[in-house]
Ligand binder design. Structure first.
Ligand SMILES: NC(=O)C1=CN([C@@H]2O[C@H](COP(=O)(O)OP(=O)(O)OC[C@H]3O[C@@H](n4cnc5c(N)ncnc54)[C@H](OP(=O)(O)O)[C@@H]3O)[C@@H](O)[C@H]2O)C=CC1
Ligand SMILES: O=C(O)C(=O)Cc1ccc(O)cc1
Length: 407
């Protein structure tokens, strides 16, 4: 049994006509009073209002859960509005659309439930074949702030920077190769989705504000060092962060086998033959976004590998390219050299720095409407190119997941 907002009832009935497995009901009251297990899968920002509306209609003794990406407001709403006889078991599938749930992390939160109710939820969701991770709501929000919120801040800032400099980066000569493909494809994937998912998990998760603010601070400070030509200071800072995040020489925190193979990523380019195709010569980049990510993890004492149990494909790709930059002999030094000596990326880096600061301020001030508008204008800029591009991004994620499975 399912529903959308009541105004959408007729539309939804039409969409599911002929589907005998799903019964469309007029609103949440009808779903709630007739179901033994109810999942709220709505925008995180409206969860309080929606549970207030339908929670009191919950069937006696039923189980209620939510699929929102941030659990603090969801659990608060359940505690506030659900009758005392109702059990609460929440969940969160840690992947986006077009990803096979098989083997992906699925967080289960036994917040207020009998063992019997919890087993029932485990049984129902076992059809996803996901890897179940058992956490409390607080643990969930702490980990996803580190994995999701700050990762998205990086890609959202890249999109803003390319928008500000009016470029589709796969059409120019500067963004070629595996690392750049990941940046471009994941940036497009995020901007092709609904704004509220990313706004909700950043703004409503109190843990996320600190991470996003630090990412902006790291970006600004590293960019300043580059602009001012402080080569030694930049090098010392980045190498200190490397040691904290990835371990000292001889005792690395990364596995012996790299998370990602650059050559797998090389294939997933949006570059057309008229722009030199996927194998156009690549330019060394200072990768400000990746250096800032590691500096941010270091400043906050985050070891990203500790969060692998609770990671999205997007986070694993992001960590994978970061690890690649820091463990490939010579690559980090090349990147630092470019940061000091080469002006090719200065304009884009300036816009990236401004964008990161803008997102951080918006999140810190809990400005949903400003967040939506910032996202929407950049989404409109890239929109004509989503068709085709999103499929390349999906294929890239599939290929990386498939190569994970082989290991
Ligand atoms: N997309 C993703 O990759 C993932 C999303 N999530 C989380 O899942 C949740 C849903 O996301 P997603 O499915 O992508 O977003 P959608 O916008 O597709 O779904 C949310 C739906 O809830 C509906 N809704 C809002 N208010 C009510 C109401 N009073 N009664 C009934 N329905 C209502 C919305 O209707 P309308 O649009 O008309 O307002 C909309 O159809 C979010 O909290 C998100 O953070 C979790 C994991 C992954
Ligand atoms: O697009 C992807 O793969 C994501 O990682 C998106 C995503 C967004 C919100 C979630 O709560 C979980 C996953």
């Amino acid at each position: 049994m399912a529903c959308d907002r009541e105004e959408k009832y007729d539309e939804l009935v039409q969409e599911f006509e002929g589907n005998n497995n799903i019964q469309i009901l007029r609103n949440g009251h009808f779903v709630s009073r007739a179901s033994d297990y109810i999942i709220y899968s709505v925008e995180a920002a409206v969860i309080d209002r929606v549970v207030a509306q339908y929670g009191p209609s919950t069937k006696l003794g039923a189980i209620v859960g939510g699929q929102t990406s941030c659990k603090d407001p969801e659990i608060k709403a359940f505690e506030k509005y659900l009758p005392a006889d109702v059990d609460i078991v929440s969940c969160h599938s840690l992947h986006g659309p077009n990803v096979d749930p098989k083997g992906q992390p699925l967080v289960l939160i036994k917040h207020r439930a009998s063992d019997e109710s919890f087993s029932k939820v485990e049984h129902v969701l076992s059809c996803l074949n996901s890897k179940v991770v058992y956490l409390s709501a607080d643990e969930h929000d702490r980990i996803t702030a580190d994995t999701q919120a700050v990762t998205h801040a990086a890609f959202l800032s890249m999109g803003k920077a390319w928008h500000a400099t009016k470029q589709f980066p796969w059409e120019g000569t500067r963004y070629v190769g595996g690392i750049e493909n990941v940046k471009i494809n994941l940036m497009l994937r995020i901007y092709a989705q609904k704004w509220h998912v990313y706004a909700g998990l950043a703004i409503l998760n109190p843990e996320a504000h600190k991470q996003i603010a630090q990412f902006a601070k790291s970006t600004t400070e590293l960019f300043q060092l580059m602009l001012e030509g402080h080569s030694d200071e930049l090098r010392a800072r980045v190498y200190a962060a490397k040691e904290k995040v990835f371990g000292a020489e001889g005792s690395p925190k990364w596995a012996s086998k790299p998370l990602l193979r650059d050559d797998v990523l090389d294939q997933f380019s949006l570059r057309q033959p008229e722009n030199g195709g996927p194998s156009a010569p690549s330019l060394p980049n200072n990768h400000l976004s990746l250096l800032a990510m590691v500096d941010c993890w270091s400043a906050l004492g985050i070891v990203p590998y500790d969060h692998m149990i609770c990671s999205t494909p997007l986070f694993r790709l992001w960590l994978g390219v970061t690890e690649h930059l820091f463990r490939t002999p010579g690559l980090l030094d090349e990147c630092l050299k470019v940061g000091i000596e080469d002006r090719t990326f200065r304009r884009d880096d300036l816009q990236f720095t401004i964008a990161a600061a803008g997102w951080a301020e918006c999140v810190g001030l809990r400005q949903f409407e400003t967040w939506r508008e910032r996202f929407a204008v950049t989404q409109a800029f890239f929109e004509p190119r989503f068709k085709g591009a999103v499929e390349v991004g999906n294929a890239m994620i599939k290929a990386v997941l498939a190569s994970d499975e082989k290991d």
